[in-house]
Design a protein around this ligand. Structure first.
Ligand SMILES: [Zn+2]
Length: 397
C-alpha cells in the first residue's frame, strides 16, 4: 500500500512538472524567438527640434513589415521587435503595410535556396497557432489577416484596416482633423500561399490582402526568386496572376523577385508596381538590390521603390545610408518614386524602431532635402501609389 501511494504521488508530481514545463515552453519560446530575430542596435543620431517639429506634421507610410508573423500583442507597447501600435503612433505613421510570410527555407540566405524545407511550420506549432495553419500556406495568410482585423477591432479606433482608396482618403482626413489613427494594409510575401490555384487570389483579396510579392526566398510556381536556385522569370501561372492582380486592384510587389521575373513583370505591367522593401545596387552592391534599370522600370509604371533600414538593403544600420539610397533614386528617376520599406520585424536588425523613425527625417534634412520632398519620401509617395493601386481596373477611386 505505501509503495502504491508513493507511486501515485510520484506520478502526480511528474504530471505537474511536465505540464508546467510545457506551459513555460509555449510561453517563453515564442518570445525568445521574436527577440532573437528582430533586434535594434541603436545608432546614435542627434534629432534637432526642427526635425521633431516636421515629424509631428507627417503622414508616415511604410510598405513592409512582418510583425504579424510573431506572437506579439501589437496593441501594447513592447521592448521587443520593431513595431507595435504605440510605437507607430509615436513615429507619426499614417499607414503600415503588414506582410504575410508563410514559408522560409532552412539556412535562408541571399544566394540560393531550395523550397523543400520550411521553418515557419515549427513556428506555427510553437506559437500554438490554430492547427489549420500548421500545414497550409493559404491558411497561414488567412490567419495573419484575422490577426490584423482582431487587433483593429480591439484598438479603440486607433488601428484601421485599409482596403479601398476611400479608406485612405478617410484615414488622411481623420488624421488631419486631429484623430489619432494608423492604417494597416495587408500584403503577401511570396505567392506560394496560392497553393498553385489562381482562384485563391480572390480568397486572399476577400480576406483583405491588397499587395503581393511574387516569390520570397525560393523559386515558386508563380515566379523565380532572386535567392532561388533557378532564378527564372514569371511562370504561365505567374502571368495569369499578374493580370488578375491588376484587374482586381492588388498591387504587384517586385521585392525578392529574380531579375528575370522583375523584367517579365515590367514588360507586361499596365499599372504602377512597387518594390516594397530593399535597396539599390548603386549604393549597396548586393544581388538582392535593384539595378538602376530596374529602378527606372518601376518609375516608368508610376510606382515607388521602398528603401529598407537593414544591412542587406543599405549596407549599414546608419539612417544616413538610408538617406543616401533615397537620394540616389531621386537623382535617377525623381522624388516621386521613392519611399520607405523598413522590413521591420522581418528577422532584421535595424538601428532604430518604428518609434524612432524621425531618424530618417533627420538624415534627409541633413542631406539637404526640402520639407516638401521629405513629406513625399516619408509617406506621400507610398500613399499616392497605394491609393491608385487599390482601385479595381476602370474604377474611379
Ligand atoms: Zn522580405
Amino acid at each position: 500500500m505505501p509503495v502504491r501511494k508513493w507511486l501515485s504521488i510520484g506520478l502526480a508530481l511528474l504530471a505537474v512538472a511536465l505540464v508546467s514545463a510545457a506551459v513555460r515552453f509555449f510561453v517563453i519560446t515564442p518570445e525568445r524567438i521574436d527577440r532573437g530575430q528582430n533586434r535594434v542596435q541603436h545608432v546614435a543620431v542627434d534629432i534637432t527640434p526642427g526635425a521633431q517639429a516636421l515629424q509631428a506634421t507627417l503622414d508616415v507610410a511604410d510598405m513592409h513589415a512582418d510583425s504579424l508573423l510573431w506572437k506579439r500583442d501589437l496593441l501594447a507597447r513592447s521592448d521587443r521587435g520593431h513595431i507595435d501600435l504605440p510605437r507607430l503612433i509615436e513615429g507619426r505613421y499614417a499607414l503600415q503595410v503588414f506582410s504575410s510570410v508563410t514559408k522560409s527555407p532552412k539556412g535562408q540566405n541571399y544566394d540560393a535556396n531550395g523550397g523543400d524545407s520550411d521553418t515557419i511550420t515549427n513556428l506555427a506549432i510553437i506559437d500554438l497557432q490554430p492547427p489549420r495553419t500548421w500545414f497550409s500556406l493559404l491558411q497561414r495568410s488567412l490567419w495573419h489577416a484575422e490577426k490584423l482585423q482582431d487587433f483593429a477591432e480591439q484598438s479603440d479606433g486607433r488601428l484601421r484596416v485599409i482596403r479601398t482608396p476611400a479608406d485612405i482618403d478617410r484615414l488622411l482626413a481623420d488624421r488631419k482633423s486631429g484623430v489619432t489613427v494608423v492604417g494597416g494594409m495587408l500584403s503577401i510575401e511570396g505567392l506560394h500561399d496560392l497553393e498553385g490555384k489562381i482562384d485563391n487570389l480572390d480568397v486572399l483579396y476577400a480576406a483583405g490582402f491588397r499587395m503581393a510579392g511574387l516569390a520570397h526566398f525560393f523559386d515558386n510556381d508563380v515566379a523565380g526568386s532572386m535567392h532561388g536556385v533557378a532564378k527564372g522569370g514569371l511562370t504561365p501561372l505567374g502571368r495569369q496572376v499578374v493580370q488578375r492582380m491588376e484587374a482586381i486592384g492588388m498591387i504587384v510587389d517586385l521585392a525578392h523577385a529574380s531579375h528575370a521575373a522583375v523584367a517579365d513583370v515590367l514588360a507586361m505591367a499596365t499599372r504602377p508596381v512597387v518594390s516594397s522593401h530593399g535597396g539599390v545596387q548603386a549604393t549597396c552592391k548586393i544581388n538582392r538590390n535593384l539595378t538602376d534599370d530596374e529602378v527606372r522600370g518601376i518609375a516608368r509604371t508610376g510606382g515607388v521603390v521602398g528603401i529598407g533600414f537593414w544591412q542587406g538593403a543599405v549596407c549599414s544600420l546608419d539612417p544616413n545610408n538610408v538617406a543616401k539610397s533615397i537620394a540616389h533614386v531621386r537623382d535617377l528617376v525623381g522624388i516621386d518614386h521613392v519611399g520607405l520599406g523598413s522590413d521591420f520585424d522581418g528577422s532584421t536588425t535595424t538601428g532604430f524602431d518604428a518609434g524612432g523613425i524621425v531618424a530618417i527625417t533627420q538624415a534627409l534634412i541633413s542631406r539637404g532635402f526640402s520639407d516638401d520632398d521629405i513629406r513625399k519620401v516619408m509617406g506621400g509617395n507610398v500613399l499616392r501609389v497605394l491609393r491608385a493601386g487599390l482601385a479595381a481596373r476602370d474604377a474611379k477611386g
